[in-house]
Design a protein around this ligand. Sequence first.
Ligand code: ADP
Ligand code: MG
Length: 439
Amino acid sequence: QVFAGASDALTVIRANPDCELVACKTWEELNLKPGLLKALYKTMKFQKPAKIQEAALPLGLRDPAENGIFQAKSGQGKTCAFSLIMLMRVNEALKHTQAVCVAPTYELALQSARVCRKMGEGIGVSVLLATSDKRSCPKFKKGEKCTDQIVIGTPGKINALLKSKVIDGKKVGVFVLDEADEMVKESGHCKDTQTIKKFMPQAQALLFSASYEGNTYELSKTLCKRKDKQGKPMRFNEIRIADVKDVLIDEIAQFYIKTGGSSNEDETKMEALASIYGSLSVGQSIIFVERKATADKLQLFMEGKSLACAKLHGGVDIELREKLFTEFVEGKRSVLIATNALARGVDVPGMSLVVNYDFPVNRDGTPAFETYQHRIGRCGRFGRKGCAFTFVHSAKDQELLDETADHFGCTVTEADADDPEELVELVKKAQDQAPASAS
Ligand code: ADP
Ligand code: MG
């Protein structure tokens, strides 16, 4: 069943066919707190709800609260959707934690905390960023309670706060999982997520992601199922993209470059990189590598070419991560070299180019479809145009790419790094053809 107000790709699955679905076309229809309504127009400058917000907000704000699994493509406004639900559900007069949001990485938690603070400024809600960065999350004394109504953080820290009762799980009304598939999957944060969930079994669970590959949808459903006091299964909502062939963003032109010219993989890949940056005038960009060591090597190479760049991965000290990430978000840096730690969620509107220096693979060597999806989704945000280059070095790389293109039903066009004029022409053509609409 296709939801009337949303794009064709959004499917709403109702646990209870009698309940009526209402798409909100304006912010006014949602009966928001006046301070939030004002923040949406004046601070955020969001004139109307995005598609996912149209669909998810009326469901997420329903009383009594219902759990939900929500899916929308990259860069379509999921953060604003769950932030609004948390901000609506907390009582700002009560000085204890009532909403908890967990994100898989430091940068993502930081970014969501900033969005939520900005939106909640006018209603006096306070937001704690709970990560290993001691500057934002101080050590709580024994018996001390967190007084912030909303806590946004990474799994380990959130878990610790609940365990030490700094946050009383029984008093938490909303539990948001951003990048939910990563949070529930076995190779991701499933252990922490399950423990966190057990501390607040009665909280409204809201799961958001652009991808639900493999068994992560089933795992998400298990997390969402709950029973009422009489033992009756409670309703939960789902908004999903029905077909995986619809999850990529049309505004992102995808190319690949064969770099198999010499046996020295890094050498030819770096040459290709130099020619991309030498010929295309890019705004902000991100280069994804699989290993930290490659990131280190690449940074030296780029700087040797007088291309200033920052490097972000799990091995970088947390205070430096905050500094570099903030500078990048503020546009003070234009090139970022990163591992998959940055593949998800990061929202930098000026990002117009993504390079897959290494193809994203799972531990068993199969293509990591969702990582490809999330990585390229760092550009082309909210209707903007973007372009992604993937380096193909070996026959194995070619297989990985072909499988990925087949999986998503997308076209990835070959580009020649040795021909700068053709490169410019190709990108221009692709971007002229891409739909130029914000959703
Ligand atoms: P997602 O989590 O779905 O990948 P984000 O929540 O990071 O996407 O949002 C992507 C961009 O869209 C952000 O820069 C955000 O400011 C913008 N955005 C979100 N909602 C709206 C809206 N209703 N109107 C205009 N821009 C919006
Ligand atoms: Mg997001």
